[in-house]
Design a protein around this ligand. Structure first.
Ligand code: GLN
Ligand code: ZN
Length: 765
């Protein structure tokens, strides 16, 4: 019998129970016992669900109150000193490391003020992990035994689980040296870490665990030789220890082929590979595994929401069985299901036809089980038949296919993706139109989204507010934002985005080819979950999406108002994409829809149009090579297709945040002005790379994630430093990103100081 396995299940609860419980605890509304109870209930529910679905290998320790990597840092005592001096309870230390902690002194407790650790994207997903940070004075030791406790919890329910931990090499490689310890290469800590892994694995074995899953997703990156050597060393070491559970090394999100040499001959019981993302690695990995090792075939997509094609997947698994025999093959999810929404059954508003094409985490459990049964020769013919019907229906669906869109994508040529004239000429034509001073000031788009805005939007969605009433409300918000900016004396204004719930969903809802869930939440980091829209078919724009608001804003001021759109790559990356056509094609479809919008804005008299692309970096393929180079070309081209239909006089802006973007990538967009997050980077070398780039750049001068208000002097000194490497003529002045999450008063003060600083420099130049 071929076994089925699930690498991990979402831990947020079917109705975001974990978010509610965690935030209530943070706000002091509930006790730690209440929070622990909710965690326990979610784990129990998840295990039972998997057991009932018939999954053979069920993970434990996939639960976390914040992040699974942070859990390991606490478990191994990789806790920087600044968190230990307050005598906080262990769970509070964990939260402080994840999100910082600021607490006034009380009668019984001293004040606490500590910033969070760095948070980084988990590979190319929209999940973020808390980066292990290795300072001086580290003492590796076990703090508690979370993996054992959770294993025992499941065991008490009569469910045997396979505990999962991030493996030692990925844990170290994904970490970094702390500021006080910069010479350290985290990989050099391996010798200190291995005994701790051994200790926890030994305890797991003693508790009755026969197998563990050690995740080594770094295997899909380009690894330096010392990291490959560390893999060999770590797992050879485990092989020499007595009484450990059997180990499966799991890689996912790409191909492990370039690192296979490091895996050959390791004394582990098996390997897991992601064949959804990288089916092409099949022959190489089969050739690399030893005669008694198992192959876990990741064939049910852990990153997307499409129903599995059972016939195709079964054929794939059969190939493995033919080579290795049924007892050495496991049918598995490609990665943890953490990246998918919990349960399709919770979607009451989805179109019934579309619902038939989707599969969320709960449905995917049945998928691994069905495939495993099928390849083991059990009769699942009825299930297979209805699956084949759904798969065929999807590919012929009128939701999906739109010939006009396909034809238009095929017609994209170099002319469509190139502005009529090069930047210097455009600039010459734009200058008399805008007459901007040196150091022009602007913002990134959104202004504080108050409770009032959310209440009115909700009322409108529920039909309690008519379209006219809602429009009136939105216009009054726009007017407030315009007057505010005039008062502050900003140079280029925005309308403030009060009508937008989210920068992708807002446009998605107006495009043909998109679907939306009501409860399809996925953890992004900590207690922040996102609800990605789903690209279901060929995408097009039935009518203008943002013109009304921009035109209204422009009509009530003499200053220029920027039109504000979300770029094609960001729309793509923050959605669940289609799996039946490539991402490039989807990006071009979005680009064409946005091109129409850009052109409509121009025709309506909007002279500056910003197209945001904050997610462009996250789409970069994980490995160097042809795929990555191609992405750099098509991602930039999609942006240019969206923005090149306008005249030379129209000024195109773009915006990036969250990332260390390669300057070449910014240059390839040929936007007239790009604003970038910069306040925390403050890196003179980075900005120096733009010295010879003629187009203009706006440097983010304050952190919009923090309520802190920088003084005018602070802005002046920041600008002074930047001016050492970056010329005044190309220098725009702006915050790091949108101000949506900030309060009005902080916003007023920060922007006032920013404008004062710009005026100070205008006098100097
Ligand atoms: N224009 C958007 C805003 O200001 C940009 C958001 C983003 O880059 N994440 O909110
Ligand atoms: Zn941003």
């Amino acid at each position: 019998m071929v076994q089925s396995a699930v690498l991990g299940f979402p831990r947020i609860g079917p109705n975001r129970e974990l978010k509610k419980a965690t935030e209530a605890y943070w706000n002091g509304k509930t006790s730690v016992e209440d929070l622990l109870k909710v965690g326990k209930e979610i784990r129990e529910q998840n295990w039972k669900l998997q057991k009932e679905a018939g999954v053979d290998i069920i993970a434990s320790n996939d639960f976390s109150f914040y992040d699974q990597v942070l859990d390991l840092s606490v478990l191994f005592n990789v806790i920087p000193e600044r968190y230990t001096k307050y005598q906080l309870a262990q769970l509070d230390v964990l939260f402080a490391m994840g999100r910082g902690l600021q607490r006034k002194a009380t009668d019984s407790e001293p004040a606490v003020d500590v910033t969070a650790l760095e948070m980084v994207k988990w590979f190319d997903s929209n999940y973020h992990y808390v980066r292990p940070t290795f300072g001086k004075n580290l003492t590796f030791k076990l703090n508690g035994q979370k993996p054992v406790d959770e294993f025992l919890e499941a065991k008490a329910l009569g469910i045997q689980t396979r505990p999962v931990l991030v493996g030692p090499v990925s844990y170290l490689y994904l970490g970094k040296a702390d500021k006080d310890n910069l010479e350290l290469d985290p990989i050099s800590l391996l010798d200190q870490l291995l005994p701790l892994y051994t200790e926890i694995l030994t305890k797991l074995a003693a508790a009755g665990a026969t197998e563990v899953q050690l995740d080594e997703p770094t295997l899909v990156l380009d690894l330096p030789a010392n990291v490959q050597a560390a893999i060999k060393k770590a797992y050879t070491y485990f092989g020499q220890q007595a009484n450990l559970p059997k180990i499966t090394i799991a890689s996912y999100f790409g191909t492990a082929v370039p690192n296979l040499d490091a895996l050959k001959g390791l004394p582990v019981s098996g390997f897991h590979f992601d064949f959804v993302r990288a089916p092409e690695q099949f022959n190489d990995v089969v050739a690399a595994i030893g005669p008694n090792q198992t192959l876990s075939v990741g064939i049910v997509d852990g990153r997307n929401i499409w129903k599995n094609n059972f016939a195709k997947s079964s054929d794939f698994v059969q190939q493995a069985i033919a080579k290795l025999g049924a007892d050495r093959v496991v049918v598995a999810t490609s990665s943890s299901l953490l990246h998918t929404p919990v349960d399709l059954a919770n979607e009451s508003k989805l179109d019934a036809e579309l619902k038939n094409y989707f599969s969320f985490a709960t449905q995917k459990l049945g998928e691994v089980v069905t495939i495993a049964k099928n390849v083991s020769g059990q009769d699942v013919s009825a299930t297979l038949k209805s699956n084949a019907t759904d798969i065929a229906a999807r590919s012929n669906s009128s939701f999906i296919n739109d010939q006009a869109v396909k034809d238009r994508v095929a017609s994209i040529d170099a002319k469509m993706s190139t502005r009529a004239a090069p930047f210097p000429q455009r600039l010459a034509e734009q200058q008399p139109v805008f007459n901007l001073p040196l150091f022009p000031t602007t913002t990134i788009g959104s202004f504080p989204q108050t409770k009032d805005i959310r209440i009115n939007r909700n009322k409108f969605n529920k039909g309690q507010l008519s379209a006219e009433e809602y429009e009136k409300f939105i216009n009054s918000e726009i007017e407030r934002v315009i007057r505010f900016q005039e008062e502050i004396d900003l140079d280029v204004l925005v309308h403030g985005e009060p009508e937008r719930n989210d920068m992708v969903q807002y446009f998605g809802e107006q495009l043909k080819g998109y679907a939306f869930t009501t409860n399809g939440w996925v953890q992004s980091y900590g207690s922040r979950y996102v609800r990605p829209p789903i690209i279901v078919g060929d995408l097009s724009r039935p009518k203008a999406m943002s013109v009304k608001e921009s035109v209204y804003a422009q009509s009530i001021t003499k200053k220029h108002v920027k039109g504000m759109l979300t770029g094609p790559i960001t729309c793509l990356r923050w959605s669940f994409p289609r799996d039946d056509i490539d991402q490039q094609t989807q990006a071009y479809q979005l680009a064409l829809a946005l091109r129409d919008e850009v052109n409509d804005l121009e025709a309506a008299g909007i002279k500056i149009i910003q197209v945001d692309e904050p997610a462009i970096r996250e789409g970069l393929p994980l490995r160097a090579g042809a795929e990555r180079s191609a992405y750099q070309v098509w991602a930039a081209e999609a942006f240019r297709v969206a923005t090149s239909g306008v005249s030379n006089k129209t000024q195109i802006h773009s915006h990036f945040c969250y990332s260390d973007l390669d300057p070449n990538h910014i240059k390839a967009l040929d936007a007239d002005v790009v604003s970038i997050e910069f306040s925390k980077k403050d890196d003179a070398n980075y900005i120096a790379e733009f010295k010879d780039y003629p187009n203009h750049i706006g440097l983010g001068l304050f952190d919009i994630h923090s309520p802190r208000i920088p003084s005018t002097e602070e802005f002046i000194s920041k600008i002074e430093t930047i001016l050492k490497t970056y010329p005044a003529e190309k220098f725009w002045v702006n915050p790091d990103c949108g101000l949506k999450t900030r309060g009005w008063e902080e916003t007023r003060l920060s922007l006032t100081h920013m404008v004062e600083a710009a005026k100070y420099f205008r006098k100097q130049y």
